[in-house]
Each structure stands twice: as structure tokens, then as C-alpha cells.
Design a protein around this ligand. Sequence first.
Ligand SMILES: Cc1ncc(COP(=O)(O)O)c(C=O)c1O
Length: 160
Amino acid sequence: MYRIGQEEIDAVARVINSGQLFRIGSAYSEVDNFEKELAEKLFVKYTLFVTGGTTALIAALIGLGVGPGDEVIVPAYTFMASALAVTAVGAVPVIAEVDETLMIDPEDVEKKISPHTKAIIPVHMLGYPCDMDRIMSIADKYNLLVLEDACQAVGGSYKG
Ligand SMILES: Cc1ncc(COP(=O)(O)O)c(C=O)c1O
């Protein structure tokens, strides 16, 4: 799934040796470099590092305007943070079944949509991609937001 080696050890050592543990106010930030490199690798304009996956999901849900009164569909097979992030913003996680791929089942997602549904969180477990074509077409049909939990699939690709 991921490989950690000397390059990562050296990067951590550079931060500790610099004595600058905060990105704000320091001339050289290893995190700034990491964000830039990751954005290039992922072909996106921006990346923003936070303290972890749960925080990223909470920040994204808040950014999408998900909150009290909303339901968010999450898969039955995931790390608990996918559902806990939904509760952290005051919304209700609604569990959808997984299919034979062990990823969220688009057919069951459609069954779980209610008038309160605001978003779907497909989770790409163990680096395996969800059926994003079908998820996106359901989201379009019902005007729902989609937040991909790629905590276990950073750097992965879908259809190339
Ligand atoms: C699919 C998934 N989502 C969210 C998280 C939460 O990430 P963190 O433990 O960094 O908060 C994890 C962590 O393993 C995860 O596997």
C-alpha cells in the first residue's frame, strides 16, 4: 500500500534538526514542499496538509456545508473515521452496503437516499477504487455532494 524509506527518514530528520517545528513563521517549511510536490503528483492546483485523515474529512465536510439536519451516506466497510467525521459536524451517517468488490454499493446508495441526504462518502479501501462513474451519476441525478475518503489510496488513480 505504501512504502517508507530513507527519503522519509531524512525529511523528518531535516525538520527535527532545523528546530522549526511550526510551519508558520519559518522560512523553510518541509510541509510547504510536500504540499507542492503532492499537488504536482496528483495533477491538482492545491493541497492542504492537516493533522490527519479524520481532520481532513471534518474540514472537507464543513467546507461543503454539511451540518445538523443532513444525512451523509458512508459504506459499511471503512475505517470508523469516515462515519465519525459526519457525526463530528452534527450530521447523521447512513450506512450503505458494500458489494462484491468490498467498496460502497452504488445500488444500495440509491436506496439509502432520503430528502435529508446531502452527500456521499465513497471510501477507496486498501487502495482499491470505488465505482466512481456510478457514484457520480447518482450524485448528479439527486444533486448530492461527493467527498472521496482517499486516506487509504493517496496517489491512486482511477481508469488511468
Ligand atoms: C479510510 C480511512 N479514513 C479515515 C481515516 C482517519 O485517518 P486518521 O487516523 O489519520 O485520522 C483512516 C485512518 O486509518 C482511514 O483508513
